[in-house]
Design a protein around this ligand. Structure first.
Ligand SMILES: O=C(O)CCC(=O)C(=O)O
Length: 321
C-alpha cells in the first residue's frame, strides 16, 4: 500500500502540536499578556482541539455587522459581493435582489469588504489566542457568513483550505450573530479528534491528503471515513448552541459538521473565519505594503487583507467611511 505524503502536515507543526509539546514549560520562557488564562486555554486546546470564549464579542459590533448585511441586501446591485446561492457560487449583481432574502444565501469573504466583518474575525480573544498558537500574528484567509444551518457533512478544513505555506498553520473561528437554537441546525465538533492518532489522514487519491480538482475521492467518502474514525475512538460530537457574544475557535484538524435543521423557520446566523499565520499567508494573495493602510485591517495583533483581486468599488460603507 502506498504511504501518504503526510509530512506536508506533520513536518512543520505549530509548537503546541509537536510531539511532547509541554505547555507549562513553553509558557515559562515566554511573555504572553492576554485577558484570559493562557495556560488553561492552551492545555484545553492541546487536548480537545477547540476553545470557547464566552461573552468575548461586542454585541454592538455584531449588530453593526448585521446592519451591513441588510445594506448588501437592499443595495445588492450597487456592488458585486461574492455569494453562494442554492449551492452555486455567484455574485450579488448576477441575481435578482429578492433572491438575497433567501435564508439559504451564504456571503463569501465579507472580511474583504466590511470592516465590521474584519473586526469580528480579529476580536481580541481570537487574535491573541492564535498569535500564541502560531507564534506569529493571525491572518485571515477566508470567511463565510451563514443565515441558516449549513447541514454540511462532517469534514476537516485543511484538505479544502490549503493555500497557507505550512499546511498545519490553520485554524477557524465561529461567531454566532444570534443565540443559536438546537432546532436551527447548529454546528457540532468532535473533542479530541484533531489528534492524528484519531483522524488519521484521508487519501483523496494517489496518496494526496488535500482535495484537488481531479481527486478520486469525494467529500461524502471523506465524511464516511471520518465518521468511522471518530466512532472507533468512541468520540461523540458536541452540539454547539452558543449565545450571541460567544466565540469558538477550532483546530485545523478538527472534524466538524452542520447538524440537521429541525425547524426550517429558524435562522442560524453565524460568521466563520479561517486563519493562517502572517508568515504563512500565500504570496500570491499579498497586496503591496503601501496599500495596507486602505486595503487591510490590523487589530488586536491580527490582520485581514483585501485580496489582490478585490475591487475597491465593492467595499461597503464601514470600509469606506
Ligand atoms: O457553520 C457550519 O455549519 C459549518 C462551517 C464549516 O464547516 C466551515 O466553514 O468550515
Amino acid at each position: 500500500m502506498k504511504t501518504l505524503p503526510t509530512n506536508q502536515w506533520t513536518q512543520e507543526l505549530p509548537w503546541i502540536d509537536r510531539p511532547g509539546a509541554n505547555v507549562r514549560a513553553y509558557l515559562s520562557n515566554k511573555k504572553t499578556a492576554a485577558p484570559f488564562d493562557v495556560e488553561q486555554k492552551l492545555l484545553f486546546w492541546q487536548e480537545n482541539g477547540f476553545v470557547v470564549f464566552e461573552n468575548a464579542v461586542e454585541k454592538s459590533l455584531l449588530d453593526q455587522f448585521e446592519e451591513e448585511i441588510e445594506y448588501i441586501r437592499t443595495h445588492s446591485h450597487d456592488r458585486n459581493i461574492s455569494i453562494e446561492l442554492q449551492g452555486k457560487q455567484t455574485y450579488t449583481r448576477a441575481v435578482a435582489p429578492d433572491k438575497l432574502n433567501d435564508p439559504g444565501v451564504k456571503f463569501n469573504h465579507l472580511h474583504t469588504v466590511s470592516k465590521y466583518a474584519a473586526q469580528l474575525s480579529l476580536v481580541p480573544a481570537v487574535s491573541q489566542f492564535l498569535q500564541i498558537v502560531f507564534e506569529a500574528p493571525a491572518a485571515v484567509t477566508q470567511s463565510l457568513t451563514f443565515w441558516r444551518g449549513s447541514q454540511q457533512p462532517i469534514h476537516i478544513d485543511y484538505p479544502f483550505v490549503c493555500r497557507q505555506k505550512r499546511l498545519a498553520y490553520i485554524a477557524a473561528s465561529w461567531i454566532p450573530l444570534e443565540d443559536i437554537s438546537p432546532e436551527a441546525g447548529p454546528l457540532e465538533y468532535y473533542p479530541g479528534a484533531h489528534k492524528i492518532a484519531i483522524s488519521g489522514f484521508f487519501n483523496w487519491g494517489n496518496g494526496d491528503i488535500i482535495k484537488g480538482a481531479d481527486s478520486m475521492q469525494n467529500s461524502m467518502e471523506f465524511a464516511k471515513y471520518l465518521e468511522e474514525r471518530v466512532k472507533a475512538a468512541g468520540i461523540v460530537p458536541v452540539v454547539f448552541c452558543p449565545r450571541k457574544g460567544d466565540v469558538l475557535i477550532w483546530h485545523g484538524n478538527m472534524p466538524h459538521a452542520g447538524t440537521a435543521i429541525k425547524n426550517p423557520e429558524l435562522t442560524r446566523k453565524s460568521y466563520v473565519t479561517h486563519y493562517t499565520s502572517l508568515a504563512d499567508y500565500p504570496d500570491s494573495w499579498k497586496i503591496p505594503s503601501e496599500q495596507w493602510d486602505h486595503r487591510s485591517i490590523h487589530c488586536n495583533g491580527g490582520y485581514a487583507f483585501q485580496y489582490p483581486w478585490t475591487d475597491e468599488k465593492d467595499a461597503l460603507p464601514s470600509w469606506t467611511t
